[in-house]
Design a protein around this ligand. Structure first.
Ligand SMILES: [Ca+2]
Ligand SMILES: [Ca+2]
Ligand SMILES: [Ca+2]
Length: 250
């Protein structure tokens, strides 16, 4: 007669020796296969992460990038600037910067104090200290027509000096149109790098890292071409370097 097992007693049910041996064998065969499957699975949402030194950037595990900070991230398909706060005037009180369509507006003292000229079609904005002088500014990427009516992509730095908002540095038209920009310290030296998602040929894009050299930016690193979007710099916290996070469209 076979005794009926009591409820919750299943773990102690007698198992024939041959069945136990067979179970161990099957488990030992399956475990490596399961591990290899997990290790070989593409990262969720095709997130790509890069970490940088002062010389170059290299791919890193997607977990390094963690979750992107909410305030810098838009709700659309790309992580383009929506709004943010930064002290631009140097009085310790932050101004509000908002992108409204293809315009950018600065609000301070309860009202609008500056907006982009009407012929600037703003593509993206980054707030920070792009020219490494200790003051906060806007790094604007916009398109405007040249004197032949051709739309050109430009990076500009706009800040507040001597009582007024003005262009502090106006980059000439770039060869590879800019899609997204971001600023943060990528190598932990206390100086922010400019990260740009730009066109790379007709159908591809590249992630590029630029360093301020006193009167402009010099290219430090360029990724392999790919279908990238949603550029976000993930802060390392406590003075640690930030990581570059992009999404690769399949
Ligand atoms: Ca201020
Ligand atoms: Ca500055
Ligand atoms: Ca740096």
């Amino acid at each position: 007669m076979i005794a009926k097992p009591e409820p919750g007693d299943g773990a102690r049910l007698p198992v024939p020796k041959r069945a136990r041996w067979l179970g161990r064998l099957l488990l030992s065969l399956y475990l490596p296969a399961i591990t290899a499957c997990v290790a070989g699975r593409p990262p969720s949402n095709n997130i790509l992460c890069f970490t940088c030194t002062e010389v170059t950037c290299e791919p890193a595990a997607p977990a390094t990038c963690g979750e992107p900070p909410g305030q810098q991230t838009g709700t659309g398909s790309e992580a383009r600037f929506i709004s943010g706060e930064l002290d631009l005037t140097g009085d310790g009180v932050p101004e509000l910067v908002r992108r409204v369509g293809t315009q950018v507006r600065i609000e301070g003292d309860g009202g609008e104090v500056w907006r982009t000229p009407p012929n600037w079609d703003v593509v993206d904005v980054a707030l920070g200290d792009p020219n490494d002088d200790g003051r906060g500014e806007l790094l604007l990427a916009f398109r405007r027509e040249d004197n032949k009516g051709i739309s050109r992509s430009h990076p500009f730095i706009v800040g507040y000096r001597e009582g007024t908002y003005r262009t502090l540095w106006g980059g000439s038209a770039v060869r590879d149109p800019i899609h997204e920009v971001a600023l943060d310290d990528l190598d932990g030296d206390g100086v922010q790098e400019l990260v740009v998602l730009e066109s790379c040929g007709e159908d591809s894009r590249a992630v590029t890292v630029w360093r301020w050299h006193g009167w402009g930016f010099s290219l430090q690193w360029r990724s392999e071409p790919g279908a990238y979007s949603d550029l976000v710099l993930v802060s390392g916290g406590d003075g640690l370097p930030a990581s570059i996070r992009v999404t690769r469209v399949p």
